[in-house]
Design a protein around this ligand. Structure first.
Ligand SMILES: *Cc1c(COP(=O)(O)O)cnc(C)c1O
Length: 382
């Protein structure tokens, strides 16, 4: 049976050229970048080239990019590192209720350790409203962390506006850009971003690789101890092959950004319109326009999302309910609930995330199979 992958927001297939770049580094640049001899120096040169490249894609300086083990580590470092370093100035953190668990769980940890957290709810389209951010600000607010693109519904936040607001009030601003980096333009200077998290495996790079941008001058405390790597912000011998793969993948995505956006937008609209034409009582979750081109989160009224997902899997369609991290749990997605979507509709949702694996044939197959499954499941529940 042919399989169709509609879960690009969970992870992606590694780009062949990224694999090549990784192999090349493992073969020709196996030196430890911290070693002083020629092998080490060669490895150091390529490491710094990769750093330059990632920095240029963000409009940052190379010295502001630190490689990590992925988005989760970057998010943890941003929140805990900044709050700890600035705790004498204030203990208040603002974030949103529908962040990835890498943020929410780090915030929860801070909450148990003497910090105070305000969680802003998005509107019904999954967008964070500027007024709500303003209302949450207190004299002791140190950091605002709001994600750029939500991973479940794809809604895009106006992080430039939030960054400006934070800067005017002398508050630091972090954004989890794991779902937006290399897919839509980011300029940390123009958007007034102080810290930003990104990850490799959502953009056709290897898993276990990512980076954090930390604007020069930001006061942050490290979370990890050991050697002097990454200017002691993130110690441990650098994963040079992974960094090579991440960088190559990001470069390719940037080169293809416009054409891929256009292609996916067409496929996404075809998918939604097709489903909407053939099924009653379905609902699109997320912003109708300000939404990442690859994302289509749909609630199928009267159908258990988990049952639908498993039935689709049997037919060779891979999509997800809620976020990948919450699979196996039967509770409705915290993202959809925070948007005010009723629990029964939230439990009936499927996230189709489109990407390089997606073509017309894949969408046609979904449009042929999914309405059939939904109708069968609806019959069974009566
Ligand atoms: C996947 C994801 C993360 C975690 O990144 P990893 O590299 O898997 O640790 C964080 N935030 C968002 C929005 C994500 O989609």
């Amino acid at each position: 049976m042919k399989r169709y992958y509609f879960d690009h927001s969970a992870t992606t297939r590694v780009n062949a050229r990224a694999i090549e770049a990784m192999t090349r580094v493992m073969e020709s640049n196996f030196g430890n970048p911290s070693s002083v001899h020629a092998f080490g120096r060669d490895a150091r040169v390529v490491l710094e080239e990769y750093r330059e490249t990632i920095a240029s894609l963000l409009n940052a300086d190379a010295g502001e990019v630190f490689f990590t083990s992925g988005g989760t580590e970057a998010d943890n470092l941003a929140l805990i590192g900044v709050m700890q370093a600035n705790r004498s100035r204030g203990r208040h953190l603002i974030t949103s209720a529908y962040e990835h668990h890498a943020i929410l769980d780090a915030a929860e940890y801070l909450g148990k350790n003497g910090f105070e957290i305000s969680y802003i709810k998005p509107d019904r389209y999954g967008q964070i409203q500027l007024d709500d951010v303003v209302r949450a600000i207190r004299p002791d607010t140190q950091l605002i962390s709001v994600m750029h693109v939500n991973n479940e519904v794809g809604t895009i936040n106006d992080i430039g506006a939030i960054g400006k607001l934070a800067q005017e009030r002398d508050i630091l601003f972090h954004t989890d850009a794991v779902q937006s980096f290399s897919k839509i333009p980011i300029d940390v200077k123009a958007m007034n971003i102080d810290l930003l998290s990104l990850s490799g495996h959502k953009i056709y790079g290897p898993k276990g690789n990512g980076a954090i941008y930390i604007r020069k001058g930001v006061n942050i405390e490290r979370r990890q101890f050991g050697g002097h790597q990454e200017r002691e912000i993130r110690t441990g011998t650098e994963n040079l092959p992974g960094i090579a793969g991440l960088t190559m993948a990001a470069q390719i995505c940037h080169q293809e950004m416009d054409s891929e956006a256009e292609r996916l937008l067409y496929l996404r609209e075809k998918l939604w319109n097709g489903l909407n034409d053939s099924l009653a009582d379905i609902q699109l979750n997320g912003h109708p326009e300000e939404r990442l081109h690859g994302l289509c989160n749909v609630s199928f009224g009267g159908v258990e999302g988990e049952a639908l997902m498993l039935s689709m899997d049997l037919k060779g369609i891979a999509a997800s309910t809620g976020s990948a991290c919450s699979s196996g749990q039967t509770s409705a997605s915290h993202v959809l609930l925070s948007m005010g979507i009723p629990p029964e509709m939230a439990q009936s949702s499927i996230r189709f995330s489109l990407g390089k694996e997606t073509d017309d044939e894949a969408v046609d197959y979904v449009l042929e199979i999914v309405p059939e499954i939904v109708n069968n499941l609806r019959k069974m529940s009566f």
